[in-house]
Design a binder for this molecule. Structure first.
Ligand code: COA
Length: 333
């Protein structure tokens, strides 16, 4: 008798965005831009900002995880592991996952952060699923959260229109049936690292008066080059995972794309041969929350999903990193 491979299922999802809404209209008062330019080039209408001093990404993560534990009726002490995908950790160390675990009372959990920019949540979900599939962990929480406003220059129009703050978290447990995470593809290419990065604050260029003067603690991006790589690679990897799993466009219930730019998402959907009714979009409300976009999308559209639905998650981001993940949704609401 052959034993079936254990699969990891998402058994709950919860998201969190801060209350403050930064609209395109408000951005028009800060930099030389227009609502029309932002909407046509990106699809973004507003984004959320975490206001106030001494508030880091862990606040977003804690809200997501508390909501998730509550919703799934899970005792925090039952959690074995918390993985947090983020490029805006509260501090370089300790890891944000450790801070979240402490504040939600997950005292039996260990944790670590994953840095893969906009692909962070897919990287972390694939990583978390390994611990479940190995049979060594029963409850793993995967968080994707970023406080992008902490690394944005609101005096420079190129990037401030794109990003926002927010996050989401999922609970992973062993699947009781054939549903759950079926397959994933993860890729990276460090030769693109310089095109989308934070130049200072790491060991290469520690913070100094000079780096602050040069605004090197703000995100640096060569927008149109990144755009070209993102369009090609996100579309390629989504098509590849469909081919590897013999999925036709009819088989796919929903594409859950990283929300960086609606034009990148449209190109990906076109390559997959799926219509707009199957593409989940919330970019207009939140902008690009980096590791937060995909779990926020799962949270926003959770009520649409039915047990057994085929979902394709896809992302591209700094690194460069990119990835796709194929899962069968595990529950009805
Ligand atoms: N408002 C008005 N004009 C703006 C602007 C803004 N917020 N930002 C840039 N512009 C201007 C540029 O200065 C440029 O002007 P010029 O032609 O006089 O030089 C013009 O708009 C076109 O700029 P360009 O960068 O070529 O535009 P684009 O069509 O590539 O769109 C992005 C810019 C940033 C929206 C697009 O490149 C993009 O989405 N890139 C990927 C970003 C991303 O999502 N990264 C995260 C990881 S996936």
């Amino acid at each position: 008798m052959t034993s079936k491979k254990l699969k990891a299922s998402i058994t709950g999802v919860h998201g969190y965005v801060p209350d403050y809404i930064l609209t395109n209209r408000e951005l028009e008062t800060l930099v030389d831009t227009t609502d029309e330019w932002i909407v046509t080039r990106t699809g973004i209408k507003e984004r959320r900002i975490l206001k106030g001093d001494m508030k880091g990404t862990s606040i977003l993560g804690v809200e997501c995880v508390k909501g998730l534990l509550n919703k799934t009726d899970t005792d925090p002490k039952e959690i074995d592991l918390i993985i947090c995908a983020t490029v805006t950790p509260d501090m370089l160390f300790p890891s944000t996952s450790n801070l979240i675990a402490d504040r939600v009372g997950a005292s039996n959990s260990y944790g670590f952060d994953i840095s893969a920019a906009c692909s962070g949540f897919i990287y972390a979900l694939a990583t978390g699923s390994q611990f479940i599939e190995a049979g060594t962990h029963k409850k793993v929480i995967v968080v994707g959260a970023d406080k992008m406003s902490s690394i944005i220059d609101y005096e420079e129009r190129k990037n401030c229109v794109l990003f926002g703050d927010g996050g989401g978290a999922v609970l992973l447990e062993p699947s009781e049936d054939e549903n759950g995470i079926q397959d994933y593809l993860l890729k990276s290419d460090g030769s693109g690292g310089d095109m989308l990065c934070l130049k200072a604050g790491g060991s290469l260029k520690p913070a100094s008066i000079e780096t602050i003067k040069n605004k090197e603690h703000y995100i640096y991006q060569e927008g149109s080059s990144v755009f070209k790589f993102a369009v090609t690679n996100m579309a390629d990897i989504s098509e590849e995972i469909m081919n590897n799993n013999n999925l036709s466009s009819d088989d796919v219930a929903y594409l859950v794309p990283h929300q960086a730019n609606k034009r990148i998402i449209d190109a990906t959907a076109k390559r997959m041969g799926i219509g707009p009714e199957k593409v989940l979009l919330n970019i207009e409300k939140y902008g690009n929350t980096t590791a937060g976009t995909i779990p926020l999308c799962l949270w926003d559209f959770e009520n649409k999903f039915k047990k057994g639905d085929n979902l394709i998650l896809a992302a591209f981001g700094g690194g460069f990193t990119w990835g796709s993940l194929y899962l069968k949704w595990s529950y009805n609401n």
